[in-house]
Structure formats: structure tokens, C-alpha cells
Design a protein around this ligand. Structure first.
Ligand SMILES: [Ca+2]
Ligand SMILES: [Ca+2]
Length: 231
């Protein structure tokens, strides 16, 4: 065997070398434990704070405007009433949060004892970018007793007007998350159908109910977002 072939065999070939190696290994273990303890007990706090995530509170200030429209719809007919939110509302707010629609009517025939007609209203799902599948939406309704029909569409995804606490990222990120003017851009379409309920005296030729006047109120709810660090 050549001398270079097995250095380890030489090292352990006598008691003195073996002891030197043991001392060296013991030193390595102590050095390792020292550095590990420095890492965990002294630098641990620094490392933790470096990666600690900030908490933020996101708040919304709402503003809305009312837009009204009115149609007289014949018995058995369906009318489509549309609405587009004006662009200045997008410019002056962070986002379009909710769309509230109220449909009201009375019996306008003037006939004695004429019961309220049956009105049904459906907000069509169009290609307007909105939270159409939100489970709290009310996209259609029916009324037969002159009670108002109230519809609700969540436009900005996950918006419900309530403030929220979030963790991580930074103020700019959260402000931008809630400042997207693409939601709610475009034309909304409401289908309103009238089924007349005639007075029981309608057998008399001069007494009849053939239509109804329906009033629609569109109320787009916009919001201004503010984000602050929660300390
Ligand atoms: Ca009627
Ligand atoms: Ca009527």
C-alpha cells in the first residue's frame, strides 16, 4: 500500500493521532453549538421582526346618486330599461361597489276596486364586469300587491361596504387592490314585465285595466378607499 492511499488509516494508526482527531471533532461540535445558539437566541428576534407582516385596516367611504326612469308597459309586454353609470363617478371615486335598483308602481287605471297588477323585474347578466355570481345578489323579483321590488348587484368583487383587516403587503398594494375602475363600466339592462290584474267589474265594456306605469330608481353606490397601518 502506498503512503498516500489511506491518510485516515495513518491518522488512526496510533493513540496520539486518534486523540488529536477526537479533540478536533469535539471542537467542531462546540463551535457548531455556539453558532446555533447565537442564531436562535440572539439573532432570532431580529430575523422574526424582519419577516413580521404588517397589519392594515381598509375602510370605505360611500357616496351614491339616484337616477330615475319611468315606463308605461302594456299587459303581457316586457320592456327593457337600461342604465349606464356616468363616467365622472368613476373618475372621482376608487370604485363602483354596489348597484341598488328599486321598482315601484301603483294601480293607475282609476277604476274602482282595481287590484294591483303583477310586475316582474330581472336584471340581465350582461358583459359588464361585476360580481354577478355573488350569493347575496338579488337579480330578480316579483310583486303583485304594489309593494316595491328591491334588487341588488355586487359590482366590485368582495365589496360589501364593511371595513376589513388584512395582513401583509403594503399600503400601496391594498389601495391599488381597491382602486379598479373597470368594474361596473357599461350598460345594465333591466327587463320589466307587466301582467295586468283586472277589476272584477271588468265585464262592463267601459271598465278595463290594460297597462301599468312602472318607476325605476337606479342607485349606483361608489366608494373611496383608505388604507392605514394598524399599530
Ligand atoms: Ca290592475
Ligand atoms: Ca294597471
Amino acid at each position: 500500500m502506498q503512503p498516500n492511499d489511506n491518510v485516515l488509516a495513518d491518522l488512526f494508526s496510533n493513540d496520539g493521532s486518534r486523540r488529536n482527531v477526537s479533540i478536533y471533532l469535539a471542537f467542531l461540535v462546540v463551535a457548531f453549538l455556539y453558532h446555533a445558539s447565537v442564531f436562535w437566541f440572539i439573532m432570532g428576534d431580529d430575523i422574526q421582526s424582519k419577516y413580521a407582516q404588517s397589519e392594515y385596516v381598509i375602510e370605505f367611504e360611500e357616496s351614491s346618486e339616484i337616477f330615475t326612469d319611468s315606463r308605461t308597459i302594456d299587459d303581457g309586454e316586457k320592456a327593457t330599461i337600461d342604465f349606464t353609470a356616468p363616467s365622472n363617478l368613476f373618475d372621482s371615486n376608487s370604485g363602483f361597489g354596489l348597484l341598488l335598483i328599486t321598482i315601484t308602481y301603483t294601480e293607475t287605471s282609476g277604476e274602482f276596486g282595481d287590484p294591483c297588477d303583477t310586475i316582474s323585474a330581472d336584471l340581465s347578466v350582461t358583459d359588464v364586469s361585476a360580481d354577478w355570481k355573488n350569493e347575496n345578489n338579488e337579480l330578480s323579483g316579483v310583486s303583485s300587491d304594489c309593494e316595491a321590488i328591491s334588487l341588488l348587484l355586487h359590482v366590485y368583487p368582495d365589496y360589501d361596504g364593511e371595513s376589513m383587516d388584512v395582513v401583509g403587503m403594503d399600503e400601496t398594494y391594498w389601495t391599488e387592490t381597491w382602486s379598479n375602475s373597470s368594474y361596473g363600466q357599461g350598460m345594465f339592462q333591466l327587463d320589466v314585465e307587466v301582467i295586468v290584474n283586472e277589476p272584477i267589474t271588468s265585464g262592463i265594456p267601459t271598465v278595463s285595466d290594460t297597462n301599468e306605469k312602472v318607476d325605476v330608481t337606479w342607485e349606483p353606490v361608489f366608494f373611496e378607499v383608505s388604507v392605514r397601518e394598524n399599530s
